[in-house]
Design a binder for this molecule. Structure first.
Ligand code: SF4
Length: 351
């Protein structure tokens, strides 16, 4: 059995290093910042002609994330990735729109998540896998993850660490009762283990941008930032996306969460969409409610709303979840106006 706390383990971990390929995939690691520092890279160097293609790449990456709601898949060599990462942070900071920053942080986290899952599943070298777990989970988030000694595709985490993170998920599969638990540890596959840190990873990138300070932007970056700002501003004007005050509190809460571009759980989205469809909103109107979600993708959202509306797949129109179910999923924000109703659709009918 492997113990992270052992001195031997720590000495071993300090004695091996990440490869440049890892720095390309995980440019938020401390080693990547050290690379920038060691090369004595100066802010003014961003105006050099040979950096132009990296600035273009950074702008393209942000554009894809914000307008399409998808991750930027291309992976280049580490020097390019590390600089692209740095330049995207500078650009997002300069654009100065909170919703752009939130969306970028989330999609950067999801991008790293994809690479990490692949690495943990495919890497045959156990030392390399342990190093990645150490560098990303423990070094950055003080979260210890170990590889199961018998099944190397399983990972074990302390119950307390698991609960601290799984509390943000409302789906039944994340409830401790539905997990494999043994001697104080929860056993997870690579996808589940990595999913646990999405929010922390996203916050880490968010905080990096927030803490950045610079007095002026290099000219080469400024023109790209101006283009992106002009494009994004109309998309992220702060305006309320509903006008009536007759919605039940759970729906109002979900709309407020969406209006400020926060992430709404899957169950919350199902509740909001089924409710809106039930009161007669069109698929287009319902899909539009989600356009500020950090992971918004127009095509996927429309497909899912059509599915809930019964115009796709099984052709069954989904009902609005009951108040009891919503209460169990932490989505109920009952006030006295709810007056004992059993489904949000009844709200306001029994006054
Ligand atoms: S009681 Fe029902 S309608 Fe009221 S907030 Fe809770 S889930 Fe919504």
């Amino acid at each position: 059995m492997y113990f992270y706390s052992s001195l031997g383990y720590l000495l071993w971990i300090l004695s091996i290093k990440l490869g440049t390929g890892d720095l390309a995939k995980y440019p938020f690691l401390n080693e990547a910042s050290n690379y920038i520092r060691d090369t004595h890279f100066d802010f003014e160097e961003l105006n050099r002609p040979e950096i132009e293609h990296i600035i273009y790449r950074a702008a393209k990456k942000i554009d894809v994330e914000i307008t399409k709601g998808i991750i930027y898949e291309e992976l280049e060599k580490y020097e390019v990735e590390i600089l692209t990462f740095l330049i995207t942070l500078i650009m997002v900071k300069s654009i100065g729109l909170e919703l752009v920053l939130k969306k970028h942080s989330l999609l950067e986290a999801i991008r790293a998540e994809k690479f990490l899952i692949e690495d943990l599943k495919r890497e045959k070298n156990q030392q390399k896998r342990r190093l990645l777990l150490f560098k990303i989970f423990e070094d950055l988030f003080k979260f210890k993850v170990d590889i199961d000694s018998e099944n190397h595709q399983l990972f074990k985490v302390k119950v307390t660490d698991y609960l601290e993170r799984a509390v943000q998920f409302h789906e039944q599969e994340w409830k401790l009762i539905n997990r494999l638990v043994h001697k104080g540890y929860v056993y997870l596959d690579a996808d589940e283990t990595v999913r646990l840190i999405r929010s922390e990873l996203s916050t880490l990138i968010y905080n990096r941008v927030k803490s950045m300070t610079f007095s002026s932007l290099p000219k080469a970056i400024k023109s790209r930032v101006d283009e992106l700002s002009i494009k994004f501003k109309p998309m992220y004007e702060v305006r309320r996306i509903y006008t009536t005050t007759d919605y039940p509190p759970c729906i109002k809460h979900a709309l407020d969460v969406m209006a400020i571009g926060e992430n709404l759980s899957h169950s919350g989205r199902v509740m909001l969409a089924t409710y809106m469809l039930a009161i007669g909103k069109s698929v287009e109107e319902v899909s539009a409610l989600f356009h500020k979600a950090p992971d918004y993708n127009e095509e996927t959202t429309r497909y899912q709303v059509e599915h809930l509306a019964g115009s796709r797949g099984s052709r069954i129109k989904y009902s609005v979840p009951s108040c009891k179910k919503l209460l169990n999923e932490n989505l109920c924000f009952a006030t006295e106006k709810c007056n004992g109703i059993i489904n949000p659709i009844q709200f306001g009918r029994n006054k």
